[in-house]
Design a protein around this ligand. Structure first.
Ligand code: UDX
Length: 449
């Protein structure tokens, strides 16, 4: 345990049960543990982490009583149930820790670090007088949207009229109205959601899985707004790599298959851990991939196509034709796939982890965002960083987009941009770079609490 003078620090990390959120929390925990802090890793019963990958963490399972209230029952309902149900057990545990401290008169600081979706932990920390830090696992740009959306609503600009969707939001450069998170949800649901996840007790600091070089102007805006330290320590899969954190089993057979493909020839297709699509859209995707004549790996997560177990909705002859040139898998070792020299493009839903993973390998992207921060990430990729193409999901358009990225001058230029950004990230994560410095600053900050 980190000791400073005669004081010791216990960090209680509270993760949410989503793949794209738990991975960065585990990575953050590993880093802090390597700096001598003792880690209690609290998680819901839904999607528990694998303790054997982190033998030195103490895992605390929080009864969640979610029975049937999955994320697909509606985000507000899911988050409300998750937060209400996880609170009592953590509260009991923290009170016990505080009482033990008093009895033993040990000088120990308890610091709460919580995923922004587990907002009950921030409220609880406030009630118990403990310092709390928020981990943001998506792009930093989602934070300003929490105060800009209510402001737009007051001014009659949200919900957005169709004729404004393509317009730039003047106070939120470079985003358009259509890039705002929660754009398709009913307005009251959006306002309730923002109110629900906004901390009632101000956090002592924010940790963002991002980099100064990627989101500089947004970070300036956030620092000005919150007036607390904002640590930019990303990309965590590079600054603090951990063993696989996948909830699903990775199909590693795609790696030896990739070994047999030509350099930069393969399109990797994955829509992440949450997005779901209609069979009609998935069928367009299949035809587009097949017609592109490029080798591919297509991840179809079981249950991600409405009403289907897996790919039984695809015509058998199409599947046989596709298998000549590529692989359809249920879940891939994504970071290894992207790091493979045969992969030349990533068709993605633009989840933040996927975006960072692609950037770190200098891989240009085809952008098919679905929800939350993904439209903003896609905007960064296509408009700001110029290493991504916005997709139209129709077989002819898909075929041409895949070929534009893999075998055209335009694709070469996108790859050049991606590699430039990869280089900036490499500098940021090496000794003396912005992310490394921020990690050191974070440790100093925790020790000052
Ligand atoms: C969503 C959001 O879009 C994201 O920005 C937000 O912060 C969390 O919720 P998700 O759908 O999980 O995230 O996407 P993403 O953030 O990209 O994370 C997916 C993770 O799963 C990545 O780390 C990726 O490497 C991994 N993955 C995905 C695999 O390991 N194998 C696969 O086949 C697909």
């Amino acid at each position: 345990m980190a000791e400073h003078g005669r004081r010791r620090w216990q960090l209680v990390l509270i993760t949410s049960p989503l793949q794209g959120h738990m991975t960065p929390m585990l990575q953050l925990g590993s880093y802090l543990q390597s700096k001598g802090f003792s880690i209690i890793f609290a998680h819901s019963e839904l999607n528990p982490p694998n303790p054997s990958n982190h033998p030195d963490f103490i895992f605390l399972s929080l009864p969640d009583n979610l029975s049937g209230t999955g994320i697909f029952s509606g985000i507000n309902q899911f988050l409300k149930a998750l937060n209400e149900n996880c609170r009592p057990h953590l509260e009991k545990h923290l009170i016990q820790m505080i009482n033990t401290q008093k009895e033993t008169s040990e000088k120990e600081s308890i610091v709460i670090i919580y995923d922004s979706l587990m907002f009950f932990a921030g409220n609880l920390a406030g009630d118990l007088g403990l310092p709390s830090i928020i981990l943001r696992s998506s792009c930093a740009a989602i934070l300003p949207s929490y105060w800009i959306i209510p402001q737009l609503h007051q001014e009659g600009r949200f919900p957005v009229q169709d004729s404004f969707l393509q317009e730039m939001i003047p106070e939120f450069h470079p985003f358009r109205y259509k890039d705002l998170p929660f754009i398709g949800l009913p307005i009251q649901e959006v306002l309730d959601l923002i109110a629900m996840i906004s901390p009632k007790t101000p956090a002592s600091a924010y940790i963002c899985n991002t980099l100064e070089c990627l989101e500089q102007s947004t970070l300036t805006q956030i620092r000005h707004h919150y007036q607390v330290p904002i640590f930019t320590i990303g990309p965590l899969h590079k600054t603090s790599p951990t063993p696989s954190t996948s909830f699903l089993e990775e199909d590693t057979s795609c790696i030896p298959w990739l070994d047999k493909q030509s350099p930069k020839s393969v399109i990797y297709v994955s829509l992440g851990s949450l997005a779901t699509i209609d069979a009609k859209i998935a069928t367009e995707m299949a035809w587009g991939i097949a017609n592109s004549n490029q080798p591919f790996i297509w991840v179809v997560r079981p249950g991600s196509v409405h009403g289907c177990d897996w790919i039984e909705f695809l015509p058998e002859d199409l599947v046989s034709e596709m298998k000549v040139r590529g692989m359809i898998v249920k879940w891939a070792p994504q970071k290894d796939v992207l790091a493979h020299s045969a992969v030349g493009g990533f068709w993605s839903h633009c989840g933040w982890n996927s975006t960072l993973e692609s950037i770190c390998e200098g891989i240009p992207m085809l952008c098919q965002p679905f929800s939350i921060d993904q439209m903003m990430n896609a905007r960064y990729l296509s408009y700001v960083w110029k290493m991504g193409l916005e997709m139209v999901v129709e077989r002819g358009e898909i075929k041409s987009a895949i070929r534009r990225v893999l075998v055209s001058k335009e694709g070469e230029e996108m790859r050049r941009r991606a590699m430039e950004i990869e280089e900036q990230v490499r500098v940021a994560v090496t000794h003396g770079g912005s992310s490394r410095n921020s990690m050191n600053d974070l440790v100093e900050f925790i020790l000052s609490l």
